[in-house]
Design a protein around this ligand. Structure first.
Ligand SMILES: Cc1cc2nc3c(=O)[nH]c(=O)nc-3n(C[C@H](O)[C@H](O)[C@H](O)COP(=O)(O)O)c2cc1C
Length: 247
């Protein structure tokens, strides 16, 4: 099993760094071949711009990306990340929750690596949401939050963590074909979380990856009409919002 970890934290002495080391050690102990893209350590370029492509006159950014892809004129650091994903069986994203999302450096990794031609094509028949370039592989988010568990629960002031992670888990990972396992969420990081406890929680999740059922996101090819709307009657009555897209 090949596992690739995409990791974003600026400090090598952080809780996140300790959890990453715990993950690598546990996975290697389980026989995985592990690689890590440590985005800060790599000085990853976080901003998608025209420097990512060869020379182009195309002023439509997404089209310029597709054109560069077709000509093979994509920046080498992007190609290297794409190759790591294609080699992996399991992709882990690890980050602290910053303003309800990933740190900007990881958002830039999404923007640049899942470029037009690799992650998507602006065409209605491009396979997405359950199909796509990473189909057949699995993914899981490992996230630390300053908020406590109750703050992130159904009635918590921060909103449900599953909703906060929907853009990442559904909009990026499932979109590109990955099966998404339920996240490892370390709440109260920095004030409540006890390292021994959270390391144990992480190890247990990594040791049971094979038996863990993915989140039952609905596949675009099975549950949606030609206008990409959920077919009627698929959901329990009264379901609204993101929950509509989970069977
Ligand atoms: C820029 C920034 C934004 C943050 N936004 C959130 C947030 O939206 N929700 C939350 O629960 N915690 C938030 N936090 C707290 C971090 O999630 C928390 O400090 C981190 O998970 C602790 O892990 P670490 O010690 O490895 O940095 C934020 C912290 C920073 C620095």
């Amino acid at each position: 099993m090949r596992t690739h970890i995409v990791y974003a934290h600026p400090h090598s002495g952080s809780l996140n760094a300790a959890l990453r080391d715990e993950a690598v050690q546990t996975l290697e102990g389980l026989g995985h071949t592990v690689s890590v893209s440590d985005l800060y350590a790599m000085d990853w370029k976080a901003v998608a711009d025209y420097d990512d492509f060869g020379p182009t006159e195309n002023e439509h950014f997404m089209a310029a990306a597709g054109e560069a892809w077709d000509k093979g004129e994509i920046a080498e650091d992007i190609k290297a990340e794409q190759a790591k994903l294609l080699e992996a069986d399991l992709v882990l994203l690890q980050f602290p929750l910053w303003w309800y999302s990933v740190p900007a450096i990881m958002k830039g990794w999404f923007d640049r690596v899942f470029t037009n031609g690799f992650g998507y094509r602006p065409s209605s028949d491009w396979p997405r949401f359950g199909d796509g370039v990473l189909k057949g592989k699995r993914a899981m988010v490992i996230v630390t939050t300053g908020a406590a568990e109750s703050h992130l629960s159904d009635r918590g002031v921060n909103g449900d963590i599953n909703d906060l992670l929907f853009p990442i888990q559904h909009g990026v990972l499932f979109y590109t074909g990955l099966e998404v396992l339920p996240p490892v969420v370390v709440t109260g990081a920095g004030w409540q979380a006890d390292f021994a406890d959270v390391a144990k929680q992480l190890r247990e999740r990594l040791e049971t990856l094979a038996e863990t059922e993915p989140i039952a996101y609905r596949k675009q090819s099975e549950d949606y009409d030609e206008r990409k709307r959920l077919l009627p009657g698929r959901e329990p009555e009264g379901t609204t919002g993101f929950a509509l897209h989970i069977a």
